[in-house]
Design a protein around this ligand. Structure first.
Ligand code: FMN
Length: 311
């Protein structure tokens, strides 16, 4: 089974590249479960509706989904779980699926491959995802991560511009937002490797199926910003949830106050943090190497099987 939810089509396109080899194999039956929130999230987003999504995202409060096409009695060999990151947590529609009453029945004991496509801050979202999967009794075998290749200071602006305007490159002076076309194209290698693994029943074991394919290349230098952001989203989210529910006008003055705080943070703390990290990098190499190894797990950043699955 594979989940499907995407606003711009980016994650859907990556998912399509990965599942194509599985769909082309007559021995593999694939169920695509499309997630449809009862109240669809807008795209392009309005400025306030975009901000208004952070309290529930940070607190992982799931929105209602339209009924799933599954009964809960299905017995899948493998679950592919693509998700985007919203405010440093798994996106609300995907969180809603994993917190759905059927998810435990569907995922209990099942091997899961998570596929993340986001700007570049995903490490703590994956920690949250691991907790959600653990609560369902699922076995996380692999994690694939595709990120926007632009520098952090550029994508901090290009991503919101994309999400608010609906255009990947509304201004020529800025790089295009989103995961680059070459990385999306090359994501097919993961599908080819999954197809081969399924043919050999390797999903029944506990070893990753996508090792050696450059599945993840984590950057622990972003961890400090992620930790600060998570704390801030959580605390302000608590305040906003106390003021009102999603979409309620009572929240708006607080959201505007928060955005002023956030922009100040992005203009001051983020560049200073990035500068401090760059300057102190030589003294913290060992710690970063350990963190990188941790966040690259389970699939790892090795590329030794790339030639075998070149596409
Ligand atoms: C409300 C919202 C919050 C987001 N927050 C983050 C984030 O914290 N970290 C990140 O790397 N990307 C973030 N993104 C970018 C998404 O992860 C994703 O790349 C983008 O929305 C395109 O996804 P799509 O496949 O649904 O179109 C956010 C997007 C939205 C809509």
């Amino acid at each position: 089974m594979v989940l499907e939810y995407s606003q711009t089509g980016q994650l859907a396109e990556i998912t399509r590249r990965i599942i194509a080899p599985l769909q082309q194999d007559a021995r593999i039956e694939l169920h695509v479960e499309t997630l449809r929130p009862v109240k669809p999230f807008p795209f392009p987003w309005g400025f306030l509706s975009f901000l208004d999504a952070f309290p529930e995202s940070a607190h992982m409060v799931p929105p209602a989904l339209q009924p799933l096409s599954l009964s809960g009695d299905e017995d899948f060999d493998l679950v592919i779980l693509p998700y985007q990151v919203w405010f440093l947590a798994p996106s609300q529609p995907v969180t809603a699926f994993i917190k759905h009453p059927l998810a435990r029945r569907l995922l209990q004991g099942k091997p899961v491959v998570t596929v993340i496509a986001c700007r570049n801050m995903w490490m703590l979202a994956q920690e949250k995802m691991k907790g959600l999967l653990q609560a369902c009794g699922a076995r996380l075998l692999d994690n694939v991560v595709l990120v926007d290749p632009s520098p952090t200071l550029a994508s901090l602006w290009t991503t919101p511009l994309w999400l608010l305007s609906g255009k990947k490159q509304p201004l020529r002076i800025l790089p295009p937002a989103g995961v680059d076309a070459a990385s999306i194209h090359a994501a097919r290698r993961f599908g080819l490797a999954l197809r081969d693994a399924l043919r050999n029943d390797e999903e029944r074991g506990s070893a990753p199926l996508l090792a050696g394919l450059g599945a993840v290349d984590s950057d622990p230098h972003l961890l400090f910003s992620e930790q600060a952001g998570t704390r801030s989203f959580y605390l302000w989210g608590k305040l906003l949830r106390a003021v009102g529910g999603p979409g309620e006008a009572r929240r708006y003055p607080w959201l505007i106050l928060y955005v002023i705080f956030l922009i100040t943070l992005i203009l001051t703390v983020v560049p200073v943090s990035l500068l401090v990290q760059t300057l102190t990098r030589p003294f913290r190499q060992r710690r970063f190497a350990a963190l990188k190894q941790r966040f690259d797990q389970p699939s790892g950043s090795g590329r030794e099987r790339m030639q075998q699955y070149e596409c």
